[in-house]
Ligand binder design. Structure first.
Ligand code: FAD
Length: 461
């Protein structure tokens, strides 16, 4: 009978979405086999390659993911790029259900002249660089200018500013790569502006990250009192998190600092500030025509209020001198192959509760399902929802269980015929142990391997 057949399910991507989807499926179906495919040799997506090195507590979710990977009914296959090494169609032939949770591999661009000048980087590449993402390991960002501008006012923008301004003693104890630590040690950057098109009531960062910035040793905030005067009345009616966040900005900008803070600010050698109502127009080239020397911005005013307020140019223009510009205006998902529905305007796979529209047996979770916003907990909840949809479809008979789906057995022969060697979870554990051992020598939690060839060599591939 089909009742005893184990559903073969696979998940594409080993970030939080992939792991939380797998966890929920394994927990609530006692026979399901879940295979996780990952294009990099190493797992965990943005938990490893996005989350800031000085936020080790956020990375504790890796313990839960590791438990999931240790289940008898879960397998991890790294070093396999879906869409290139194996197609989604091939996965669908091998599995009863395929869950796409491959995240957001690209970033939104500013779309202004000069964006390609040297000294201009996406925050995504910069974050990838300091976190050891193989594709960004050779970024070599130019840190020779005193002023950096981050376009964007979200948590990623604050991460980037914090890493640029943190005392080396703090960074040295994190899992930041040795190459980027060495570069930051020689950095001339001492001022970071975080620029937003709208006002203080529209910033996208959260209070914990702001507080961290305000308390960052060796730095002082540059907040223009004029930006914050009179906000007290407006925020009475806004939701509590926004209210508390705004109150903290208002306090820092308008109130006299306490004695300790005042002396810390007075002796600070670095500074960071928030610049509002400025929309980028052009990156200005230096005399050599190659290097960025500043950014020209349109001064804006707000039309409407609250979250939906729009920035409209006033006609005034402002220029800011800076040799380092990081655009932090959002990540972006890409379609995996043309056979899968994709909404390129929203940058997501169109779905209802994780069921990909018009594609039975195909599901999605995480950033590629919702868009690239939200913390790990948000991603966890939406991944549980998707897993629930799969379970319901199994129960209702919408997903027909048959012997003909062999799961990894058939994918293995496809990979073999194409010369692709998957990395297993125990392979990863060898890489992990090597990284931790290397880190120990330097007094860090780990020293990441940044070259996939070195990773593969270590496990004898
Ligand atoms: P991802 O984590 O991106 O995982 C996708 C995985 O799919 C990756 O491993 C990728 O390599 C793989 N993949 C891509 N394409 C393919 C393919 N073709 N075949 C196989 N595999 C593929 N949240 C917090 O709660 N706290 C924080 O401090 C925090 N900091 C952040 C800092 C940054 C810079 C960023 C960008 C995000 C941060 N977040 C943080 C948010 C959190 O990282 C996301 O909510 C979460 O990672 C999204 O999960 P995901 O699985 O959808 O995507």
């Amino acid at each position: 009978s089909t009742a005893a057949l184990a559903p073969q399910i696979c998940v594409v991507g080993s970030g939080p979405a992939g792991f939380y989807t797998a966890q929920h499926l394994l927990k609530h179906h006692r026979l399901a086999q879940v295979d996780i495919y990952e294009k990099l040799p190493v797992p965990f997506g943005l938990v490893r390659f996005g989350v800031a090195p000085d936020h080790p507590e956020v990375k504790n979710v890796i313990n839960t993911f590791t438990q999931t990977a240790h289940s008898d009914r879960c397998s991890y296959y790294g070093n396999v790029t879906i869409g290139k090494d194996v197609t989604v169609k091939e996965l669908q032939r091998a599995y009863h259900a395929v869950v796409l949770s491959y995240g957001a591999e690209d970033n939104r661009i500013l779309g202004i002249p000069g964006e390609n000048l040297s000294g201009v980087y996406s925050a995504r590449a910069f974050v990838g660089w300091y976190n050891g993402l193989p594709e960004n390991r050779d970024l070599k960002p130019d840190l020779s200018s005193e002023t950096a501008v981050v376009m964007g006012q979200g948590n990623v923008a604050l991460d980037v500013a914090r890493v640029l301004l943190s005392p080396l003693d703090i960074l040295r104890k994190t899992d930041i790569t040795e190459g980027s630590l060495a570069a930051i040690a020689c950095s001339k950057v001492k001022r970071v502006w975080l620029v937003g098109r709208r006002g203080p009531l529209q910033v996208a960062f959260t209070i914990k990250e702001l507080r961290e910035m305000i308390n960052l040793p060796g730095t002082r905030p540059l907040l223009d009192p004029a930006d914050f005067t009179g906000l007290g009345d407006v925020i009475k009616d806004v939701p509590r998190p926004r209210k508390r966040l705004t109150e903290l900005m208002v306090k820092s900008a308008l109130e006299k600092p306490g004695e300790r803070e005042a002396s810390r600010w007075a002796s600070a050698t670095k500074e960071w500030g928030l610049k509002f109502r400025c929309s980028p127009l052009e990156v200005l080239p230096a005399a050599d025509g190659k290097q960025a020397r500043g950014i020209r911005m349109a001064v804006t005013r707000l039309e409407g209020s609250g979250e939906s307020a729009r920035a409209v140019p006033t006609g005034e223009v402002e220029e800011l001198e800076c040799g380092l510009i990081l655009s932090s205006i959002g990540y972006r998902s890409l379609p995996l192959d043309s056979s899968i529905p994709f909404d390129s305007k929203l940058g997501i796979i169109p779905n209802s509760l994780g069921r990909v529209q018009g594609a039975p047996g195909l599901y999605c979770s995480g950033w590629v399902k919702r868009g690239p916003t939200g913390v790990i907990i948000t991603t966890m909840n939406d991944s549980f929802d998707t897993a629930q949809s799969v379970l319901e479809d199994l129960q209702s008979g919408l997903l027909k269980l048959s012997n003909s789906k062999e799961g990894f057995k058939s994918v293995r022969s496809i990979l073999h015929s194409r010369g692709v060697h998957p990395v297993t979870f125990s392979d990863w554990e060898k890489i992990d142990a090597a990284e931790v051992a290397r880190g120990k020598l330097a007094g860090k939690p780990r020293e990441k391997l940044v070259d996939p060839r070195e990773m593969l060599q270590l496990i004898g591939h």
